[in-house]
Design a protein around this ligand. Structure first.
Ligand code: 2E4
Ligand code: SF4
Length: 330
């Protein structure tokens, strides 16, 4: 008897299903950051400068660029006297100081939950703790947080980094983290750290934010029965990439990240009955809708939303912008 493993089973339309993770997409910090750029454009007119991508999404950045935002890598690209917005990922105190020296007006769109981690880092550094920051090297959020107390903070990326950690006093040691990590992977690193440093202190509250946790929980719940998980979001979006990791870890047959529907490959659907869809915290909902439309054109039914948490958090706009809007009578 021979079994042909090379031919995928033909899936009838009756067998096809689409599950839509909830929550997904925009979090409170992203909404605030994007609205900040939009309102600044309205109030001051174009151009408005933004240091780094306001959020890590190609479509959001492209849209704001077309409306007059100029995205720069560093402040030396911003003309003196201009207004510059700092991205949702946060900046180090050195960047604030540099803006002042250059005579720039600043609007700080750092997510308040990133600022919370900065304040924790500052407080523990003031108490002369060694701080182990779990996060990804080179990510803007990590650069900003480390800049709060570079002499007190060391970066730990993986459990394999734990052996390299050097501390002054294991009794004065705390771990903090980037806001967008995989919860499960981070706990692996923390467990490895605690095996070496049993007195390691936990952060005063979760640094991995509510939105990151909720999006991971939502996709985790529907990954096991999914033959395919499609995660909408950009490659440089840490929280988006973690959703792919979580889906695979939770038993999805396959999981791919796409910036939009045009990046989905027909071949991914071979033998696929159940497709689950989610999106990162920096992803506009219309991109998800377009993915669902693409699936519908290929015989997949309307999505069934599976909700694992409710969200209602909203952040006030940055204080500098609120003041300026009030002065302008808006
Ligand atoms: C600020 C902090 O950090 P990540 O790469 O996931 O950023 P992204 O812009 O994709 O998501 C919003 C955000 C911003 C998340 N945490
Ligand atoms: Fe803030 Fe969390 Fe959204 Fe990042 S993912 S912007 S920390 S709410």
């Amino acid at each position: 008897m021979s079994i042909d493993l090379g031919t995928p089973r033909v899936i009838s339309d009756q067998e096809k299903a689409v599950l839509l993770a909830s929550p997904r997409g925009y979090c409170a910090g992203v909404d605030r950051a994007v609205v900040t750029v939009e309102q600044a454009l309205e109030l001051y007119g174009a151009p408005i400068y933004v240091r780094k991508e306001i959020v890590h999404n190609k479509h959001v950045v492209g849209d704001l660029r077309s409306r007059g935002a100029i995205f720069v890598e560093e402040l030396d690209e911003v003309p003196a006297g201009a207004t510059v917005i700092f991205s949702a990922h946060g900046v180090s105190p050195a960047v604030h100081a540099d803006a002042q020296v250059r005579g720039l007006k600043t609007i700080d769109a750092t997510c308040p939950l990133v600022t919370k981690v900065h304040l924790e880092a500052k407080r523990f550094a003031d108490q002369d703790f060694d701080i182990l920051l779990i996060g990804h090297a080179g990510h803007e959020e990590v650069e900003g947080t480390m800049g709060e107390a570079p002499e007190h903070i060391q970066l730990v990326e993986h459990p394999s980094d734990v052996d390299k950690v050097v501390v002054r006093d294991p009794k004065k040691l705390v771990w903090l983290s980037q806001t967008t990590l995989s919860v499960d992977e981070t706990m692996e690193t923390v467990n490895a750290l605690k095996a070496r440093f049993p007195e390691l202190l936990d952060p005063p509250s979760d640094d991995i934010c509510y939105a990151t946790q909720n999006r991971q929980l939502a996709i985790k719940e529907i990954s096991a029965p999914s033959d395919l998980v499609i995660v909408v979001g950009s490659r440089n979006s840490s929280n988006t990439m973690r959703l792919v990791d979580v889906a695979l870890e939770a038993g999805a047959g396959a999981a791919y990240r796409v910036d939009d529907a045009s990046e989905i490959e027909e071949s991914w659907l071979e033998g696929v009955a159940t497709v689950s869809v989610t999106s990162g915290a920096s992803v506009p909902e219309e991109l998800v809708e377009a993915v669902l439309g693409w699936l519908a054109e290929r015989g997949y039914p309307d999505a069934r939303t599976v909700t694992s948490a409710e969200e209602s958090l909203v952040f006030a706009l940055p204080v500098e912008l609120r003041k300026a809007l009030k002065e302008a009578g808006r």
